[in-house]
Design a protein around this ligand. Sequence first.
Ligand SMILES: [Zn+2]
Ligand SMILES: [Zn+2]
Length: 132
Amino acid sequence: MPDAVNLTPSFRVDGLGARLARRIWRPRCLLCGEAGHLGLDLCSACVEALPWNRSACDRCGLPLPPAPEGVDGTSATCGACLRRPPPQRRCVAVFRYAPPLDRLLPRLKFHADLAAGRLLAQLTAAGCEGAD
Ligand SMILES: [Zn+2]
Ligand SMILES: [Zn+2]
């Protein structure tokens, strides 16, 4: 039998302790300090300001101009991918890199702000729902 590498029980991030902590320390917006919205550490105004990448190329994820009125813009491929298809069939880029997201990403990447990481993971998961 191989030696066990990690004998420390894993910590559940959605366990009872985490749920109790969220009841005691209510969600606050990481960007402006207002009350959180829908259980997120982001207020409703900052949620509205998020740069969702709703009109994007299916193959590479780059933003595309919004679809004209009355045209289904949920599936499109950019000219570069039509001319030279990339190896991947699908790419989902949930956000464009723009304010206020450009303030959250460096907080996780350079300052180890795990609350920003949790928020980005929640938003990314929400943005990927329905994408397949
Ligand atoms: Zn806010
Ligand atoms: Zn493309």
